[in-house]
Write a protein that binds this ligand. Structure first.
Ligand SMILES: [Zn+2]
Length: 175
């Protein structure tokens, strides 16, 4: 089940339209390529500050009240982001960063949907929960745990970047 929320105005209509058109085909490509399921997904189109606010809102029921500046400091003006919620996965496309850049919208969807599918792999959600609890200063990880978590993040990131290469296939399936 995929649900899309628009958090931006008409000046971002082209991005909203592209996200709506590309989500289904992009999800199919990713589930095919990495042989995984994206699962229950909430997707939003938002500006930069709302994107990080949404991440923190998604984390609040899991971890308690948190500070969006933690994310905006580290990742600032990213094209998009993906994270876990209490019931599934949240992907946000940054309409400000993607404005007028259709190829970046397509690449961002492929990239973040890959992360969504990665979160559904056995053990992935637990590891991410522990990493987030560490980042938020709730439950510190040991050095060995943090190193293992970082290796996983790096491997996931490489896989997500590889999936961006399917943007031409995605564009063809929409046109
Ligand atoms: Zn990534």
């Amino acid at each position: 089940m995929h649900f899309i929320a628009n958090r931006v105005g008409r000046q971002h209509q082209a991005t909203i339209d592209r996200v709506h058109a590309a989500l289904g085909p992009a999800a199919e490509i990713i589930e095919d390529e990495i042989r995984g399921r994206i699962g229950c997904l909430q997707l939003a189109v938002a500006n930069t500050s709302d994107m990080w606010r949404m991440v923190v809102d998604a984390h609040r029921p899991i971890f308690g009240r948190q500070d969006a500046r933690l994310w905006s400091r580290e990742q600032g003006d990213a094209f998009g982001t993906a994270t876990i919620t209490s019931s599934g996965v949240l992907v946000v496309v940054n309409a400000q960063a993607c404005k007028g850049r259709q190829v970046e919208i397509d690449k961002t969807l492929l990239h973040e949907l890959t992360h969504a599918a990665q979160f559904n792999r056995p053990g992935a959600r637990d590891l991410l929960m522990r990493s987030l609890a560490n980042n938020y200063g709730i439950t510190p990880m040991t050095e060995a745990e943090a190193a293992a978590a970082n290796r996983q993040v790096d491997a996931d990131e490489r896989e997500a970047e590889r999936m961006e290469r399917h943007h031409r296939q995605l564009a063809k399936s929409i046109a």
